[in-house]
Design a protein around this ligand. Structure first.
Ligand code: NAP
Length: 258
Protein backbone atom coordinates (compact mmCIF):
# COMPACT_ATOMS: atom_id res chain seq x y z
CA UNK A 1 0.00 0.00 0.00
CA UNK A 2 1.74 3.15 -1.20
CA UNK A 3 1.21 6.55 0.45
CA UNK A 4 -1.08 7.96 -2.21
CA UNK A 5 -3.87 6.56 -4.30
CA UNK A 6 -2.78 7.70 -7.71
CA UNK A 7 -4.06 11.21 -6.98
CA UNK A 8 -2.40 13.88 -4.81
CA UNK A 9 -4.57 12.76 -1.93
CA UNK A 10 -2.85 10.64 0.75
CA UNK A 11 -4.22 7.18 1.48
CA UNK A 12 -6.87 7.12 4.16
CA UNK A 13 -6.45 4.31 6.66
CA UNK A 14 -8.74 3.46 9.57
CA UNK A 15 -7.21 1.32 12.32
CA UNK A 16 -9.18 -0.04 15.28
CA UNK A 17 -7.31 -0.90 18.47
CA UNK A 18 -4.74 1.77 17.63
CA UNK A 19 -4.07 3.05 21.16
CA UNK A 20 -1.38 0.44 21.90
CA UNK A 21 0.34 -2.72 20.69
CA UNK A 22 0.11 -3.80 17.05
CA UNK A 23 -2.42 -1.11 16.09
CA UNK A 24 -0.28 1.67 17.55
CA UNK A 25 2.85 0.43 15.73
CA UNK A 26 0.95 0.14 12.45
CA UNK A 27 -0.47 3.66 12.85
CA UNK A 28 3.03 5.11 13.34
CA UNK A 29 4.49 3.11 10.45
CA UNK A 30 1.78 4.08 7.97
CA UNK A 31 1.88 7.74 9.09
CA UNK A 32 5.65 7.69 8.61
CA UNK A 33 4.96 6.71 4.99
CA UNK A 34 2.75 9.73 4.39
CA UNK A 35 -0.67 8.16 4.96
CA UNK A 36 -3.54 9.76 6.84
CA UNK A 37 -4.38 7.42 9.71
CA UNK A 38 -7.67 7.57 11.56
CA UNK A 39 -6.87 5.89 14.87
CA UNK A 40 -9.68 4.37 16.97
CA UNK A 41 -9.78 2.77 20.41
CA UNK A 42 -11.62 3.63 23.62
CA UNK A 43 -8.76 5.55 25.24
CA UNK A 44 -8.93 9.16 24.00
CA UNK A 45 -5.84 10.11 25.99
CA UNK A 46 -3.61 7.43 24.47
CA UNK A 47 -4.84 8.27 20.96
CA UNK A 48 -4.08 11.96 21.50
CA UNK A 49 -0.57 11.07 22.69
CA UNK A 50 -0.14 8.88 19.61
CA UNK A 51 -1.29 11.70 17.36
CA UNK A 52 1.27 14.02 18.97
CA UNK A 53 4.03 11.47 18.33
CA UNK A 54 3.20 11.63 14.61
CA UNK A 55 3.61 15.40 14.38
CA UNK A 56 6.99 15.21 12.67
CA UNK A 57 6.04 12.39 10.32
CA UNK A 58 5.08 12.93 6.68
CA UNK A 59 1.55 11.67 7.29
CA UNK A 60 -0.75 12.26 10.25
CA UNK A 61 -2.65 10.35 12.90
CA UNK A 62 -6.13 11.62 13.67
CA UNK A 63 -7.64 10.32 16.93
CA UNK A 64 -11.22 9.01 16.67
CA UNK A 65 -12.09 7.49 20.04
CA UNK A 66 -14.59 4.65 19.70
CA UNK A 67 -15.92 1.58 21.49
CA UNK A 68 -16.45 -0.93 18.68
CA UNK A 69 -19.14 -2.63 20.79
CA UNK A 70 -21.27 0.49 20.37
CA UNK A 71 -22.77 -0.24 16.98
CA UNK A 72 -24.26 3.20 16.36
CA UNK A 73 -20.96 4.91 17.22
CA UNK A 74 -19.15 2.61 14.78
CA UNK A 75 -21.56 3.58 12.00
CA UNK A 76 -21.24 7.29 12.84
CA UNK A 77 -17.45 7.07 12.98
CA UNK A 78 -17.24 5.50 9.53
CA UNK A 79 -19.69 8.06 8.12
CA UNK A 80 -17.69 10.94 9.59
CA UNK A 81 -14.40 9.55 8.19
CA UNK A 82 -15.92 9.50 4.70
CA UNK A 83 -17.49 12.96 5.11
CA UNK A 84 -14.25 14.51 6.33
CA UNK A 85 -11.63 12.59 4.33
CA UNK A 86 -13.34 10.91 1.38
CA UNK A 87 -12.97 7.24 0.43
CA UNK A 88 -11.48 4.86 3.00
CA UNK A 89 -8.62 3.07 1.22
CA UNK A 90 -7.81 0.60 3.97
CA UNK A 91 -9.48 -0.48 7.21
CA UNK A 92 -7.49 -2.62 9.63
CA UNK A 93 -9.91 -4.30 12.04
CA UNK A 94 -7.44 -5.02 14.78
CA UNK A 95 -9.16 -4.34 18.13
CA UNK A 96 -9.36 -7.53 20.13
CA UNK A 97 -8.70 -9.20 23.43
CA UNK A 98 -7.18 -12.35 24.89
CA UNK A 99 -8.08 -13.72 28.30
CA UNK A 100 -6.45 -17.08 29.01
CA UNK A 101 -8.97 -19.70 30.15
CA UNK A 102 -8.03 -23.09 31.57
CA UNK A 103 -10.41 -25.59 30.00
CA UNK A 104 -10.88 -27.19 33.43
CA UNK A 105 -12.28 -23.85 34.63
CA UNK A 106 -14.40 -23.26 31.52
CA UNK A 107 -16.48 -20.07 31.76
CA UNK A 108 -19.19 -19.22 29.23
CA UNK A 109 -18.84 -15.55 30.20
CA UNK A 110 -15.20 -15.59 29.08
CA UNK A 111 -16.25 -17.09 25.75
CA UNK A 112 -18.90 -14.37 25.41
CA UNK A 113 -16.35 -11.61 26.10
CA UNK A 114 -14.19 -12.89 23.22
CA UNK A 115 -17.08 -13.43 20.84
CA UNK A 116 -18.54 -10.01 21.68
CA UNK A 117 -15.35 -8.02 21.08
CA UNK A 118 -13.34 -10.10 18.62
CA UNK A 119 -16.21 -11.34 16.45
CA UNK A 120 -19.19 -9.02 16.98
CA UNK A 121 -17.11 -5.84 17.40
CA UNK A 122 -15.33 -6.66 14.15
CA UNK A 123 -18.67 -7.44 12.50
CA UNK A 124 -20.13 -4.10 13.61
CA UNK A 125 -17.23 -2.48 11.74
CA UNK A 126 -17.58 -4.77 8.73
CA UNK A 127 -21.24 -4.09 7.98
CA UNK A 128 -20.98 -0.33 7.29
CA UNK A 129 -17.49 -0.67 5.81
CA UNK A 130 -18.63 -3.22 3.24
CA UNK A 131 -21.58 -1.03 2.25
CA UNK A 132 -19.32 2.00 1.81
CA UNK A 133 -16.55 0.17 -0.04
CA UNK A 134 -19.05 -1.54 -2.38
CA UNK A 135 -20.25 1.99 -3.23
CA UNK A 136 -16.66 3.16 -3.74
CA UNK A 137 -15.99 0.07 -5.87
CA UNK A 138 -12.63 -0.18 -4.09
CA UNK A 139 -10.98 -0.56 -0.71
CA UNK A 140 -9.08 -3.02 1.40
CA UNK A 141 -10.28 -4.52 4.68
CA UNK A 142 -7.74 -6.40 6.80
CA UNK A 143 -9.06 -8.56 9.64
CA UNK A 144 -6.59 -9.30 12.43
CA UNK A 145 -7.20 -12.86 13.59
CA UNK A 146 -4.34 -15.04 14.95
CA UNK A 147 -2.39 -18.20 14.17
CA UNK A 148 -4.10 -19.57 17.29
CA UNK A 149 -7.29 -19.72 15.22
CA UNK A 150 -5.77 -22.60 13.23
CA UNK A 151 -6.16 -25.27 15.91
CA UNK A 152 -7.22 -25.77 19.52
CA UNK A 153 -4.43 -24.77 21.89
CA UNK A 154 -4.14 -24.89 25.70
CA UNK A 155 -5.83 -21.92 27.49
CA UNK A 156 -7.31 -20.69 24.20
CA UNK A 157 -10.76 -22.33 24.04
CA UNK A 158 -12.39 -18.88 24.15
CA UNK A 159 -9.80 -16.79 22.26
CA UNK A 160 -9.04 -19.46 19.64
CA UNK A 161 -12.75 -20.01 18.94
CA UNK A 162 -13.20 -16.28 18.26
CA UNK A 163 -10.13 -16.14 16.01
CA UNK A 164 -11.13 -19.30 14.11
CA UNK A 165 -14.46 -17.58 13.45
CA UNK A 166 -12.65 -14.51 12.07
CA UNK A 167 -10.45 -16.63 9.80
CA UNK A 168 -13.51 -18.35 8.35
CA UNK A 169 -15.35 -15.03 8.02
CA UNK A 170 -12.43 -13.41 6.18
CA UNK A 171 -12.23 -16.37 3.76
CA UNK A 172 -15.94 -16.07 2.93
CA UNK A 173 -15.78 -12.30 2.48
CA UNK A 174 -12.65 -12.45 0.34
CA UNK A 175 -14.44 -14.78 -2.05
CA UNK A 176 -17.70 -12.90 -2.13
CA UNK A 177 -16.52 -9.28 -2.24
CA UNK A 178 -13.78 -9.56 -4.83
CA UNK A 179 -16.20 -8.87 -7.69
CA UNK A 180 -17.33 -5.65 -5.93
CA UNK A 181 -13.75 -4.34 -5.87
CA UNK A 182 -13.38 -4.87 -2.11
CA UNK A 183 -10.19 -6.70 -1.16
CA UNK A 184 -10.60 -8.56 2.15
CA UNK A 185 -7.34 -9.73 3.73
CA UNK A 186 -6.51 -11.90 6.72
CA UNK A 187 -3.74 -11.15 9.23
CA UNK A 188 -2.57 -14.09 11.34
CA UNK A 189 0.21 -13.06 13.72
CA UNK A 190 2.12 -15.38 16.03
CA UNK A 191 3.24 -13.97 19.38
CA UNK A 192 3.82 -10.22 19.34
CA UNK A 193 5.15 -8.29 22.33
CA UNK A 194 2.34 -5.92 23.32
CA UNK A 195 0.47 -4.99 26.54
CA UNK A 196 -1.84 -7.93 25.68
CA UNK A 197 0.93 -10.56 25.75
CA UNK A 198 2.93 -8.83 28.51
CA UNK A 199 0.35 -10.42 30.85
CA UNK A 200 1.25 -13.96 29.70
CA UNK A 201 3.21 -16.05 32.16
CA UNK A 202 4.02 -18.87 29.71
CA UNK A 203 6.91 -18.98 27.24
CA UNK A 204 5.98 -17.37 23.92
CA UNK A 205 8.03 -18.90 21.12
CA UNK A 206 9.25 -16.71 18.23
CA UNK A 207 8.03 -13.52 19.98
CA UNK A 208 8.40 -10.45 17.72
CA UNK A 209 8.14 -6.73 18.49
CA UNK A 210 5.03 -4.76 17.58
CA UNK A 211 7.18 -2.67 15.19
CA UNK A 212 8.25 -5.84 13.37
CA UNK A 213 4.63 -7.02 13.28
CA UNK A 214 3.58 -3.70 11.74
CA UNK A 215 6.29 -4.02 9.07
CA UNK A 216 5.13 -7.55 8.23
CA UNK A 217 1.51 -6.40 8.02
CA UNK A 218 2.25 -3.44 5.75
CA UNK A 219 4.49 -5.55 3.50
CA UNK A 220 1.70 -8.13 3.23
CA UNK A 221 -0.92 -5.51 2.46
CA UNK A 222 1.31 -4.15 -0.30
CA UNK A 223 1.54 -7.66 -1.75
CA UNK A 224 -1.25 -9.69 -3.29
CA UNK A 225 -1.58 -12.66 -0.90
CA UNK A 226 -4.83 -13.14 1.02
CA UNK A 227 -3.20 -14.24 4.28
CA UNK A 228 -0.47 -12.26 6.02
CA UNK A 229 1.09 -14.55 8.58
CA UNK A 230 4.25 -14.20 10.63
CA UNK A 231 6.83 -14.84 11.95
CA UNK A 232 7.72 -17.23 9.13
CA UNK A 233 9.09 -20.12 11.22
CA UNK A 234 6.23 -20.13 13.74
CA UNK A 235 3.64 -19.68 10.99
CA UNK A 236 5.18 -22.67 9.19
CA UNK A 237 4.92 -24.83 12.33
CA UNK A 238 1.33 -23.74 12.97
CA UNK A 239 0.53 -24.36 9.31
CA UNK A 240 1.80 -27.93 9.65
CA UNK A 241 -0.17 -28.48 12.86
CA UNK A 242 -3.27 -27.19 11.08
CA UNK A 243 -3.26 -29.99 8.51
CA UNK A 244 -2.03 -32.73 10.83
CA UNK A 245 -4.33 -35.69 11.57
CA UNK A 246 -5.99 -35.36 15.01
CA UNK A 247 -4.20 -38.35 16.54
CA UNK A 248 -0.74 -36.89 15.82
CA UNK A 249 -1.85 -33.33 16.61
CA UNK A 250 -3.23 -34.25 20.05
CA UNK A 251 -0.12 -36.29 20.81
CA UNK A 252 2.17 -33.31 20.04
CA UNK A 253 -0.05 -30.62 21.57
CA UNK A 254 -0.61 -32.78 24.67
CA UNK A 255 3.15 -32.87 25.28
CA UNK A 256 3.00 -29.11 25.89
CA UNK A 257 0.71 -29.74 28.87
CA UNK A 258 3.06 -32.16 30.62
N1 NAP B 1 -0.07 -9.71 20.57
C1 NAP B 1 -0.13 -10.90 20.02
O1 NAP B 1 0.70 -11.79 20.27
C2 NAP B 1 -1.21 -11.20 19.03
C3 NAP B 1 -1.10 -12.39 18.29
C4 NAP B 1 -2.08 -12.71 17.38
C5 NAP B 1 -3.14 -11.85 17.18
N2 NAP B 1 -3.22 -10.70 17.91
C6 NAP B 1 -4.38 -9.83 17.69
O2 NAP B 1 -3.93 -8.55 17.32
C7 NAP B 1 -4.86 -7.57 17.78
C8 NAP B 1 -4.11 -6.51 18.59
O3 NAP B 1 -3.46 -7.18 19.63
P1 NAP B 1 -2.46 -6.44 20.63
O4 NAP B 1 -1.57 -7.48 21.14
O5 NAP B 1 -1.92 -5.23 20.00
O6 NAP B 1 -3.48 -6.07 21.80
P2 NAP B 1 -3.50 -4.88 22.87
O7 NAP B 1 -2.13 -4.38 23.12
O8 NAP B 1 -4.30 -5.36 24.03
O9 NAP B 1 -4.34 -3.77 22.09
C9 NAP B 1 -5.71 -3.97 21.87
C10 NAP B 1 -6.28 -2.70 21.31
O10 NAP B 1 -7.70 -2.89 21.15
C11 NAP B 1 -8.36 -1.76 21.73
N3 NAP B 1 -9.69 -2.15 22.17
C12 NAP B 1 -10.02 -3.05 23.12
N4 NAP B 1 -11.36 -3.09 23.29
C13 NAP B 1 -11.88 -2.19 22.43
C14 NAP B 1 -13.20 -1.75 22.14
N5 NAP B 1 -14.26 -2.26 22.77
N6 NAP B 1 -13.37 -0.81 21.19
C15 NAP B 1 -12.31 -0.28 20.54
N7 NAP B 1 -11.03 -0.65 20.76
C16 NAP B 1 -10.84 -1.59 21.71
C17 NAP B 1 -7.44 -1.32 22.86
O11 NAP B 1 -7.60 0.04 23.21
P3 NAP B 1 -8.59 0.60 24.35
O12 NAP B 1 -8.41 -0.27 25.55
O13 NAP B 1 -8.13 2.02 24.52
O14 NAP B 1 -9.96 0.52 23.77
C18 NAP B 1 -6.09 -1.50 22.20
O15 NAP B 1 -5.79 -0.36 21.40
C19 NAP B 1 -5.91 -8.33 18.59
O16 NAP B 1 -7.03 -8.60 17.78
C20 NAP B 1 -5.19 -9.63 18.94
O17 NAP B 1 -6.08 -10.69 19.16
C21 NAP B 1 -2.29 -10.36 18.82
Amino acid sequence: MSADNGSDKPKIIWITGASQGIGEALALLTASQGMTVIASARSREKLEQLSARAENLSGEIIPKPLDILDRLSVENTIKSIVENHGDIDLAVLNAGTFIPMDGKEFRADTVKQHLDLNVMGTSYCLEPLIEIMKGQGSGQIAINASLSGYRGLPTAAAYGASKAALINMAECLHLELKSSGVDVRLINPGFVKTPLTDKNTFHMPFLVSSEQAAKNILKGLNGSGFEIRFPTAFAGIMGLLRVMPYRLYFYLAGKQLN
